[in-house]
Design a protein around this ligand. Structure first.
Ligand code: PGA
Length: 256
């Protein structure tokens, strides 16, 4: 049985004090829940990682970064690498978020290198894929997602692939308040699981966590997470409010 996973992607939000407050509130509330079947991850801006790691130490809340550079060390001013994160005991890293693809021109080829770098440092990549609105309107959404997954992940050996989490995030749903319907999410998630089956076999596909992201909130999380192939969510806006994020975690618990 797969567990559920709920990850909060804070993006470039919150002052240090606000982030401290948010972390403390979420952690305190999550500790009171039965999270045996749900992994909870906070992905704060990188200057706050140390603080979030401290506040969540020895709790059921794990920590992820929002991005890494594909190189390990060197003259890359302003960048952060996987070995740096793993030396701080960060366990996850979002790779290939659509905002990184759009604003920082990250190509599938670079994303494949970032995935490799994360895995080399024992950091689990949360690999994001998803189509733009015109691509869905043209009926190309399956083709786009297949190509993103093939280019960034298919070079991995089965053992390495087993550490990857996939997040399906239709770009038209991110930060827009327009959520994919549970049926649309399930259809794509089942498609992605089928892709994994054909590449890595049924057992690996059944173990792979596939998250949904895009205007997921406390009101729609339960229905989305109840879909057979939706294993939780990557939450943006709704992860910035402690109560709402904890409600989303509760939804994951209730349908796991
Ligand atoms: P959203 O963002 O929940 O604000 O739509 C999701 C994401 O970008 O990961």
């Amino acid at each position: 049985m797969r567990t559920k996973l709920v990850a909060g992607n804070w993006k470039m939000n919150k002052t240090f004090q606000e982030a401290e407050d948010l972390t403390a509130k979420i952690t305190e509330a999550v500790e009171k829940l039965n999270t045996a079947n749900v992994e909870v991850i906070l992905c704060p801006p990188s200057p706050y990682l140390e603080m979030v790691l401290d506040l969540t130490d020895e709790t059921h809340v794990a920590v992820g970064a929002q991005n890494i550079n594909e190189h390990e060390f060197g003259a890359y001013t302003g960048e952060i690498s996987a070995p740096m994160l793993s030396s701080m005991e960060v366990e996850y890293c979002i790779v290939g978020h659509s905002e990184r693809r759009k604003f920082f021109a990250e190509s599938d080829e670079v994303l494949a290198l970032k995935v490799n770098s994360a895995l080399r440092s024992a950091i689990a990549p949360i690999f994001c894929c998803g189509e733009l609105l015109p691509e869905r309107e043209a009926g190309n959404h399956f083709k786009v997602v297949k190509s993103q997954i093939e280019k960034a992940l298919y070079h991995l050996e089965e053992k390495a692939f087993r550490n990857v989490v996939i997040a399906y995030e239709p770009v038209w749903a991110i930060g827009t308040g327009v959520t994919a319907t549970p049926a649309q999410a399930q259809e794509m998630h089942a498609f992605i699981r089928q892709l994994i089956t054909s590449k890595y076999g049924e057992m690996v596909a059944q173990d792979t966590l596939i998250l949904y992201g895009g205007s997921c909130n406390a009101a729609n999380a339960f229905e989305l997470f109840s879909q057979a192939d939706v294993d939780g969510g990557l939450i943006g806006g709704a992860s910035l409010k402690a109560e709402e994020f904890v409600e989303i975690v509760s939804s994951a618990i209730n349908c796991s």
